[in-house]
Unconditional design. Structure first.
Length: 257
């Protein structure tokens, strides 16, 4: 293991009086003690008080003081230098999730279902208000339905609660949470996926991926007087897909880039 910083680095050999490896934050420096007793002092780089850590088993990691608390800064340095945990798993473990009870407008039956399944609702870095739970008419005009991103045991997906007899499969667009997290400069990961209701006016303005018969038919229905809402599944700065329920099936109508 080696540690470095994009700035002044001072390394000294000393007895390890603490009896183990670890990190300490002293003034504005990080003191790293290895299990061999070697000690490395990393002095921050530049005016932003940033630390760049380098270890043989990982890509370099930049940590920015101010974006992380002192405790978070040390925890990230400890994780980076002294564990072999997969970076994506580590990032996913740190995203903010809300219990169904954080959404007071949610129908009680849907909240109970989410709780019984062990679902929490992951939250994007960019929005501090509770989100990723939406209401709309997703199968038939005039029918009130709900949708939420459900996170449980590392898996994610959109779960639908139907408010009437018209419906499509309740599970939509499954994924793995760790691939829905991006690393933000400074050591703060953020969740990049969120969902919004897409009405007929919004559907009319989205680009179409292809001219498959089911896509064309569903788009015509969505833009007709009998059309209803779709669900836009968005990946921040990567693109989106609009899902539309028709004939008991979910059809992709296209999306943004």
């Amino acid at each position: 293991m080696s540690a470095g910083a994009e700035g002044a680095i001072r390394t000294t050999e000393a007895a390890n009086t603490s009896g183990g490896c670890g990190t300490q934050l002293t003034a504005n420096s990080i003191l790293i003690t290895t299990d061999s007793g070697a000690k490395t002092v990393i002095v921050p780089f530049g005016d932003s008080t940033s630390y760049v850590l380098v270890a043989r088993h990982r890509r370099p990691l930049a940590l920015i003081d101010g974006r992380l608390s002192r405790a978070e800064l040390l925890a990230e340095a400890d994780w980076y230098l002294f564990t072999n945990e997969d970076p994506q798993d580590h990032a996913a473990s740190k995203i903010r999730r809300l219990a169904p009870s954080a959404f007071p407008g949610l129908p009680a039956a849907f909240a109970r279902e989410l709780d019984s399944l062990g679902c929490t609702v992951p939250q994007s870095f960019f929005d501090t208000l509770p989100h990723n739970v939406i209401k709309g008419s997703f199968a038939r005009r005039g029918q009130t339905d709900w949708a939420a991103i459900c996170s449980r045991r590392g898996a994610t997906g959109i779960l639908i609660f139907w408010g009437g007899p018209s419906e499509c499969p309740r599970d939509l667009s499954p994924g793995q949470e760790k691939w829905e997290v991006e690393d933000f400069a400074g050591g703060r990961p953020f969740y990049v996926r969120f969902i919004v209701r897409k009405d007929s006016a919004g559907i009319a303005n989205i680009p179409v991926y292809g001219l498959e018969e089911e896509t064309v038919s569903a788009r015509k229905e969505a833009l007709s007087g009998r059309g209803h809402d779709g669900i836009e599944d968005i990946w921040e700065e990567k693109g989106s897909t609009v899902w539309y329920c028709t004939g008991g099936r979910w059809v992709s109508l296209g999306g943004g880039d």
